[in-house]
Design a protein around this ligand. Structure first.
Ligand code: 5AD
Ligand code: SF4
Length: 365
């Protein structure tokens, strides 16, 4: 039995097992991907679930060193989707028979922003009788705000930890109270306390990030007992401070292959969570995106942001889908699904099986 085969036969993986898996190549790597595929089928099935993504504003109060929409980037115009556009978006979601949505934004704490999310949640509940799956991804909000949004109908929240290593976190963010690792951890704890379907994730293949760091990221997600994960490759944006470390950034091939391994390992470790195949991966390598969906991931997020804003939500360059209309993006996605014989869960929420299985236990605890 090869070393990887022995690891794959274990009940629980150690840090060094995960490091070995992250270093696997060739037939060892194929074995890992096959195992992930089998575990996915057994625990969450074969379907791909859609989340209609609305990037509600590209304004952000933060200055993460890697991100194209960071506050200090004066090269992009800022937008905020209007109330009428929120109505139109929700109507389109219903018309396209999409059972679940994701609302993403920069991190804003002002009342205007909070009220806009309030409005969207109330409107979504009214239009769909409270049936629509709703994930918010709006940064570190206060306990009170998160509680209020949960009461208004948001069931899920995604807050990426970006890296679980505090030193690396401090290297890729300004060192101030606005970018505090402990605050981020605390917000993740709030989400669990409030019984949100809790999602997190990391960037993969950053400068200064080691394989050991990535193995710890997997263990971090396991320890937090997350329900959903959104993670993807790091992409260099030349208008950001991180671009000066271009020479320390792994090649595109390396970042793509590391991402595929991270998805597969996470699927093996956390069998019944939802894992999204992300736009960042699609942007770097469409075939790898398909491979991720075939083996480990079960969620995709077609972009429903009004086309006139799409190119302004520029987290990184050449972001996939920014030039096309919502209809064209959907046709494109449907073609990929059909070509690869992926069954889509239209009209279904596709909630995390992990959440549904552990929810009662959590409420009783
Ligand atoms: N490359 C890849 N992902 C990025 N994000 C921000 N900037 C980049 C980048 N340059 C991701 C972060 C953030 C999410 C909104 O986008 O993980 O949480
Ligand atoms: Fe703002 Fe998020 Fe970008 Fe950081 S990663 S600058 S919080 S949008």
């Amino acid at each position: 039995m090869s070393k990887i085969a022995k690891i794959l036969a274990k009940e629980e993986l150690s840090h060094s097992d995960i490091v070995s898996m992250l270093n696997a190549e060739g037939s060892d790597l194929n074995m890992i991907l096959e195992k992930a595929k089998q575990i996915k089928q057994e625990n969450v099935g074969d379907k791909v679930y859609m989340r209609a993504l609305l990037e509600i504003t590209n304004s952000c109060s933060k200055n993460c060193y890697y991100c194209g929409i960071r506050h200090n980037n004066l090269l992009i115009d800022r937008y905020s989707v209007t109330y009428d556009e929120i109505d139109a978006y929700l109507e389109k979601v219903v018309a396209e028979n999409i059972g679940s949505i994701v609302i993403q934004s920069g991190e804003l704490l002002g009342n205007g922003f909070i009220q806009k999310i309030d409005y969207l949640l109330a409107k979504a509940a009214e239009l769909t009788n409270g049936e629509l799956g709703i994930t918010l991804s709006c940064g570190e909000q206060s306990y009170e705000t998160l509680k209020r949004w949960k009461a208004l109908g948001a069931q899920k929240y995604l807050l990426r930890i970006e890296t679980s290593n505090q030193l690396l976190y401090q290297k890729i963010h300004p060192n101030d109270e606005n970018h505090d690792f402990d605050k981020r951890l605390e917000t993740l704890k709030y989400l669990k306390q409030l019984n949100y379907h809790t999602g997190t994730g990391v960037m993969i293949g950053m400068p200064f990030q080691s394989i050991e760091n990535l193995a710890n990221d997997i263990l971090f997600m396991r320890n937090l007992d997350i329900d959903m994960c959104g993670m993807g490759p790091f992409i260099i944006d030349n208008d950001t401070p991180m671009s000066k470390y271009q020479h320390l950034t792994p090649s595109v091939e390396k970042r793509v292959s590391l991402s595929l391994k991270m998805y597969a390992i996470l699927r093996i470790v956390m069998k019944n969570i939802n894992i999204a195949a992300t736009t960042a991966l699609f942007t770097l390598d469409k075939n790898a995106f398909v491979k991720a969906l075939d083996t480990s991931c079960n969620v995709i997020m077609p972009n429903f942001t009004p086309p006139k804003y799409k190119s302004q939500y520029k987290l990184y360059p050449n972001k996939a889908g920014t030039a096309s209309s919502i209809e064209d993006s959907l046709v494109n996605i449907r073609n990929i699904m059909e070509l690869n014989k992926f069954e889509v869960g239209y009209g279904q929420r596709g909630d995390s099986v992990h959440y549904n299985k552990t929810h009662l236990k959590r409420v009783m605890a």
